[in-house]
Design a protein around this ligand. Structure first.
Ligand SMILES: NC(=O)c1ccc[n+]([C@@H]2O[C@H](COP(=O)([O-])OP(=O)(O)OC[C@H]3O[C@@H](n4cnc5c(N)ncnc54)[C@H](OP(=O)(O)O)[C@@H]3O)[C@@H](O)[C@H]2O)c1
Length: 267
C-alpha cells in the first residue's frame, strides 16, 4: 500500500505534536517533513521525546516541500498560515488547515489558487467530533429560530479573536440566514462594543480569562424559551487527532476550499 506522505507545519506545538504522534500510529500515513523554527535541524523524535519518529524538522516551508508531501497540514500561527498554505498548493500538495484566525478574504484568495492548481483545501476550525455535532445542531436551530448570538471562551493568553470554532460557526449560520437584531446596532444606547462583533450576520462575544481552555456557546432565543448549545474542550489536544486524520485521508478528493469537517463526513 502506498502511504500518504504528510508534512505538518507546527509539529512541535501543542496541537501539531499530538497530531504527529497520531500520524506515527497510522498505518496508511508517513510523516515526511515537519516545520518549526526553534527545533529546526533536529528530528521530531528528538524534539518531542518520541522514539522512532525520525522525521526532520525544517525551519521553512520551501525546504520542507522538497520532501514531496501529498498533504500539507497547517498548524502554526495566523500570521504565517496563509503563506504556508499558498506555498504548499503551488508545491502540489493538498492542504488541511487547523490554524485559526484566517479571514474569509484569505480563504477566497486560497480558493482561487486551489482551483487553479486543482487541489483541495479542508479548513477545520475545530476537528473535535463533538464540535462538528454542535455545528450541525446549531444549523438546524437557525432554520427555526431567528435570534441567536455566540459566546467564545478561551484562556487569557489566546491572542486571536474570535476563536476558529466561533468564526466557523458564524460562517455556517450565515448560509442559513442573518441573526435577527430587534435593536439595530446603530440605534444602541451606550458603548456599541458591549454588543460584541457582528461577524457574518451573528453577534460574537469573546471572553479571554484564566481558568478557561476553549469553549463555545451558541444561544438561540425565542419568546419565553431559549436553547443553549455548549461545547467545552479539555486541556489535551487528543480530541483533535482523529478528526485531523480523517481530514488528511479525505482532502485529496476535494478541489478548492471546503470548510468544516462535515464536508467529508456522512450524516
Ligand atoms: N482546528 C483545530 O481543531 C485546532 C485545535 C487546536 C489548535 N488549533 C489552532 O492551531 C494553531 C496552533 O495552535 P497550538 O496551540 O498548537 O500552538 P503552539 O503550541 O504555539 O504551536 C505552534 C507551532 O507552530 C510553529 N510555528 C509558529 N510560528 C511559525 C513560523 N512562523 N514558521 C514555522 N513554524 C512556526 C511553532 O514552532 P516554533 O515557534 O519553534 O516555530 C509550533 O511548532 C492555532 O491557530 C490554534 O488556534 C486548531
Amino acid at each position: 500500500m502506498n502511504k500518504l506522505k504528510i508534512c505538518v507545519a507546527g509539529a512541535t506545538g501543542w496541537a501539531g505534536s499530538e497530531l504527529a504522534r497520531g500520524i506515527l500510529g497510522a498505518d496508511d500515513m508517513e510523516l515526511v517533513a515537519a516545520i518549526a523554527r526553534r527545533k529546526a535541524g533536529r528530528t521530531l523524535g528528538e524534539a518531542l521525546g518520541v522514539e522512532g519518529l525520525n522525521t526532520l524538522i525544517f525551519g521553512d516551508v520551501d525546504n520542507a516541500l522538497k520532501t514531496g508531501p501529498d498533504v500539507f497540514v497547517e498548524y502554526t500561527k495566523p500570521d504565517v498560515a496563509k503563506f504556508h498554505i499558498l506555498s504548499a498548493l503551488k508545491g502540489g500538495a493538498h492542504v488541511v488547515v487547523g490554524t485559526s484566525g484566517l479571514s474569509n478574504e484569505d480563504y477566497e484568495e486560497i480558493d482561487r489558487l486551489a482551483k487553479d492548481v486543482h487541489r483541495g483545501v479542508l479548513a477545520v476550525g475545530n476537528f473535535a467530533l463533538t464540535v462538528v455535532l454542535l455545528q450541525k445542531f446549531a444549523e438546524m436551530a437557525a432554520k427555526y429560530i431567528p435570534h441567536w448570538e455566540i459566546i467564545d471562551y478561551a484562556h487569557s493568553a489566546k491572542k486571536d479573536v474570535p476563536s476558529g470554532t466561533a468564526r466557523e460557526l458564524a460562517n455556517r449560520l450565515s448560509n442559513i440566514r442573518e441573526a435577527q437584531l430587534d435593536v439595530p446596532l446603530d440605534k444602541i444606547e451606550g458603548p456599541k462594543e458591549s454588543r460584541g462583533a457582528r461577524l457574518q450576520g451573528t453577534q460574537v462575544h469573546s471572553l479571554r480569562l484564566p481558568g478557561y481552555v476553549i469553549s463555545v456557546d451558541a444561544i438561540f432565543g425565542m419568546p419565553d424559551q431559549k436553547l443553549i448549545l455548549r461545547h467545552e474542550s479539555g486541556t489535551s489536544a487528543e480530541p483533535y487527532v482523529n478528526g485531523a486524520l480523517l481530514a488528511i485521508r479525505e482532502v485529496g478528493k476535494l478541489v478548492g476550499v471546503h470548510r468544516g469537517l462535515d464536508s467529508v463526513m456522512k450524516f
